[in-house]
Structure formats: C-alpha cells, structure tokens
Design a protein around this ligand. Structure first.
Ligand SMILES: [Zn+2]
Ligand SMILES: [Zn+2]
Length: 261
C-alpha cells in the first residue's frame, strides 16, 4: 500500500507569483484526503489532475486565511458537479461558524451533506477512519487553536507494511511534538523562517528550519518535507542546508510536487 502525496501550496500568509498558500492532497487507494484548503486550492487540484468528487474528507489545521480561504469555492464547485456523497470536515470548533455562514448564503442547490466534526484535543486523538487509513489529530502551538494530523495506513494480511504521514503547520516548537509524530515515514513540518530569524518565529508562533529538522531527528522519521516559507525568503539553498546539516533526509517542497510514501 502506498500513500500518494501532492503538495498544492508552499507559501505562508499570502499567495505569491509562483507559490500558493497551504494545501495538500493525500491519496490512499483512490480516496482523497485534503489537508488545509488555502485560496487557489481548486486551481491546484485541477493542475494536479485530481477529482473534486473523490475528496472524502478535509482536515483543517486552524482558522488563518492561508489555510482556509479556499474552502467556500471548493464546496461550491463540488455542488456544481452534483456531488451527493457526504463530505467530512475536521477542524477547530470555530470552523463550525465559518461553515454555517457558508451554508446560509451559498449552499442553495447543494445536494450533499457537510459533516463537520470539531477537533478538540490536548493529545493525539483519532478523528477519522476510512477503508485503509486512520487519522489522528494532535495539538500544535500556534497563535490560535491549531491541530496537526497524522495518517497511518491500516495493516492487513496482504499489506503488513503500511505507510504513515504527519502534517505539522503552523507551530512554534514544543517538546511533545516529536512524540506525536514519532516514527512516521514522512513528516511535513513548516519551516517559515531561516534559523537566524528565530526571534521573529517565536513571536509569531512559527518554526525555523532548525526547529523542523530537530523535530524530525527527535521523532526518528525517514524523510522530512519543509514548506510554508515566508515570502521574504529568496535563498532556498541555504534554507535546505540549514535542515540537512541536522537532518540529511530533508526535501524542500515546491508547489505541485508529488511524492509516493
Ligand atoms: Zn499559515
Ligand atoms: Zn497560522
């Protein structure tokens, strides 16, 4: 069994000419799981040749625009495509009010149910179980309530070795985080700032390259993916080097990058 990961966006805060803000699609045996849904996600889904109708669930980390502004357009397009299957959405409690606003103004003619389940946890907690994968949420340390998500394949007799993936964006470093993502095959961890901007990172509850690499090392993952770059970053080679000096198996994500896990 493989997970196929497609990165929709790697910018932080706002879209720039060659980067969209946060969204990723994890494909598990044809079922799609959308993680965050920034502005521009719909176009990126089209560019990645993925089907809107195959999205089974959406996992939102927190209610900052660069993680959620694409949700209204996505729901609207699903309705226009005649979706009837329920769509499961997970995220902080406040997302419920955002979805209510959407349904009171824009959901006329929509024939599918949005099943929203608020996430509220202080330790890893199971939120969604599908045919081949189970998904846990875990708390992050950001300016507002924020959760990461961990996807573990469910082993069977035919597929005893299963992939695992964890997504951490946005967060300041904290001790328990590496235990939440312990042993995953691939870890995505935000690296908004280079190491020298650690004060700014701390002030904004974000991580540096060094924080991401140390978390990957401590958690014993196989591969670290970094993204959510500040729009001020121009030297991506040094950004990567700051990570590989600590954790050699680091990959610098770019928009529309694909990876088999
Ligand atoms: Zn962000
Ligand atoms: Zn944020």
């Amino acid at each position: 069994m493989n997970f196929e990961l497609k990165i929709m966006g790697t910018a932080s805060a706002m879209p720039i000419s060659d980067r969209n803000p946060s969204a990723q699609v994890l494909s598990v045996h044809g079922r799609l799981f959308l993680i965050d849904c920034a502005e521009g996600t719909q176009q990126q889904i089209r560019r990645a040749h993925l089907s809107f109708l195959k999205i089974e669930a959406v996992f939102i980390t927190h209610i900052h625009g660069d993680h959620v502004f694409g949700l209204f357009g996505l729901l609207s397009t699903m309705a226009m495509y005649g979706r009837t299957a329920p769509l499961y959405i997970y995220g902080p409690q406040a997302l419920g009010s955002v979805l209510k606003f959407y349904s009171s103004f824009f959901a006329d003619g929509s024939n599918f149910e949005v099943v929203f389940t608020p996430v509220s946890c202080s330790a890893p907690t199971m939120v969604h179980e599908s045919k081949n994968v189970k998904v846990q949420a875990f708390p992050l340390n950001h300016k507002i309530e924020c959760y990461g998500y961990r996807f573990d394949g469910i082993p069977s007799e035919r597929h005893p070795d299963v992939p695992s993936y964890a997504y951490c964006s946005d967060t300041a470093p904290f001790e328990a985080l590496s235990s939440f993502v312990k042993g995953v095959k691939v870890l995505y961890h935000e690296a908004t700032y280079p190491a020298e901007m650690k004060d700014k990172a701390a002030f904004r509850y974000h991580s540096t390259t060094r924080d991401a690499a140390l978390c990957a090392k401590e958690a014993g993952v196989q591969t670290l993916l970094i993204g959510h770059y500040s729009s001020r970053i121009t030297d991506f080679d040094s950004l990567l080097k700051e990570c590989t000096d600590i954790f050699p198996q680091t990959v610098l994500c770019c928009d529309l990058m694909e990876m088999s896990i």
